[in-house]
Design a protein around this ligand. Structure first.
Ligand code: GLU
Length: 515
């Protein structure tokens, strides 16, 4: 049992460990330099310069899982004053999407990344064709026209298919026929020859190029023969001088395939750094499901707040530095890690708390009349308790007869009892005298007291709609100062949560991050 618990705890990111520890007792903090920082990359001294790449397939929006490769590759390139390449691996016309290229760039820039080179593999087909032809000529690849079941049966037994045995002249003829459009989708693939007894049948004579039917979003109908991932990734990693490939261990079998091609071409395989799985409990991350949901209209878009995409996190007002720090803290460890929303919130809270200005918002407002108050017209409060330089906000007070008028959050009023003293936050203490449809209360004093503090609004309150993480809506009133806020502002509705202004017209809409 102890072993199991220790393993579970070790999977937690640093902040989450602290969070849990604090529940047990006081935590002595390690000095920052002792706990932060990525491990050194291996083999750095073997290369004149460190070159890394992030190679996304533009077939869907980036989420937390993807950006681990991006952030680590970028961070290492910068640490060693090397080069970072962005390469779109868009050789599947069936799923590449035009709008994804820019969304991916935007996500990366938002996370603070810059790249020294950008490539799209769909621009590089001639290069892949040249290598394919070379391999066919040299007998290191062949054009296979066998039905896939027949091929698999032979492969699993470690036997060659008839196509493998044909002369290189015949292979080149078949290849030219493929290029000339004389072969339909599924009728022929170029396979790279490997050891037919490779312990993993999936590595044996793996497919490298194939015929597709759909036009490519960038290249349209210009090409119908497209390389598969393992082929183009190998050629590009070599051609672009990539020294360190940082990728998830789910690519292990792919890497074995790629190494066979490097051997055929007499190239040296880059240094590979693998990291373990990132288990993200309760996060909707599947690209296929996301795309399906958008097509069906069940999701509002790539930034639907229910998703774990970078676009959705941005929309909810997460701070990019928080996401970056979390992912870098997890680092490139080979053991699997787990990441929960709670951990992400804990990281983000540290950054948002420092930056976000405070405002009052009351959900499902309930009216309160406070009698016997001093003659107050308005109150000025700091925008940020710790940062006077952020300035102040003014909350005008409404009056009805002899009483001041306030609105409190419905949920707050349900727990109040007649006779109870509470504080209208940052303003005054009052005693609740009656709890009818409208609450009546009496002024007690201005000085801070040890009583429940409740946020409020009064004159000029603004209607606000809040989009919650499950895409449900909450409604309420916010203090008048929010009317001047711009879209994208991140703020805290006190005692309610951090939000980002999502729209200001026709009414203020805020997307909710967390408490
Ligand atoms: N395009 C690949 C992916 O999206 C790159 C993986 C790699 O070779 O590191 O997973």
């Amino acid at each position: 049992m102890v072993e199991q618990v220790v393993a579970e705890v070790n999977e937690l990111p640093h902040e989450e460990k602290l969070l849990q520890l604090r529940k047990v007792g006081p935590v002595e903090r390690l000095k920052p330099e002792e706990r932060r920082g990525l491990p050194e990359l291996p083999d750095v001294e073997k290369y004149p310069m460190v070159i890394t790449r992030f190679a996304p397939n533009p077939n869907g929006p980036l989420h937390l899982g993807h950006i681990r490769a991006a952030l680590l590759s970028h961070e290492y390139a910068r640490r060693y004053k090397g080069k970072f390449i962005l390469r779109f691996e868009d050789t599947n016309p069936e799923n590449a999407l035009l709008e994804m290229y820019e969304l991916i760039r935007r996500d990366l820039r938002w996370l603070g990344m810059s790249w020294d080179e950008e490539h799209a593999q769909s621009d590089r087909l001639e290069l892949y064709y040249n290598y394919a032809e070379q391999l066919l000529r040299e007998g290191k690849a062949y054009v296979c026209t066998c039905p896939i079941e027949d091929f698999r049966e032979l492969r699993d037994r470690g036997e060659p298919c008839p196509c493998r045995e044909l002369s290189s002249g015949e292979q080149l003829q078949r290849w030219r026929r493929m290029l000339a459009g004389g072969v339909a989708k599924g009728e022929a693939v170029v396979r790279v020859k490997t050891n037919l007894n490779h312990p993993n049948p999936a590595v044996r004579d793996w497919p490298a190029l194939r015929v597709t039917a759909k036009p490519h979003p960038r290249m349209e109908e210009r090409y119908s023969v497209w390389p598969l991932y393992n082929f183009s990734v190998s050629i590009d990693d070599h051609e672009m001088g990539v020294t360190h490939i940082i990728r998830g261990k789910e690519h292990e079998v792919n890497e074995q395939r790629q190494r066979t091609l490097f051997e055929h071409l007499g190239w040296k395989y880059p240094t590979a750094v693998q990291y373990g799985r990132l288990n993200m409990a309760g996060m909707a991350l599947s690209k296929t499901q996301t795309m399906q949901g958008i097509r069906d209209g069940e999701l509002t878009g790539y930034d639907d707040v229910r998703l774990g995409t970078i676009a959705a996190l941005r929309r909810r007002g997460f701070v990019p530095e928080a996401i970056k720090q979390l992912i870098l803290d997890i680092g490139p460890t080979l053991v699997d890690s787990s990441l929960s929303w709670e951990t992400l919130y804990a990281y983000n809270r540290k950054f948002s708390d420092e930056r976000a200005d405070r405002y009052f918002f009351v959900q499902n407002p309930v009216k309160v009349l406070v009698h016997k108050t001093p003659d107050l017209k308005q109150v000025r409060l700091r925008l940020h308790p710790g940062h006077p330089e952020h300035g102040e906000r003014i909350l005008p007070l409404a009056r009805e007869g002899d009483a001041l008028v306030f609105y409190l959050a419905g949920e707050d009023t349900t727990v109040l009892q007649e006779g109870q003293i509470f504080r209208l936050k940052d303003l005054m203490n009052v005693t609740l005298s009656s709890k009818g449809k409208v609450l009546e209360a009496e002024f007690q004093g201005l000085e801070l007291a040890d009583v429940p503090k409740i946020q409020w609004v009064s004159a000029g309150a603004v209607e606000v709609e809040v989009i919650k993480p499950d895409n449900s809506r909450e409604f309420g009133l916010a203090e008048p100062a929010v009317a001047g806020l711009k879209v994208d502002t991140i703020l805290q509705f006190e005692r309610y949560g951090f939000v980002r202004v999502d729209a200001v017209r026709p009414k203020l809409v805020a997307a909710y991050a967390h408490r």
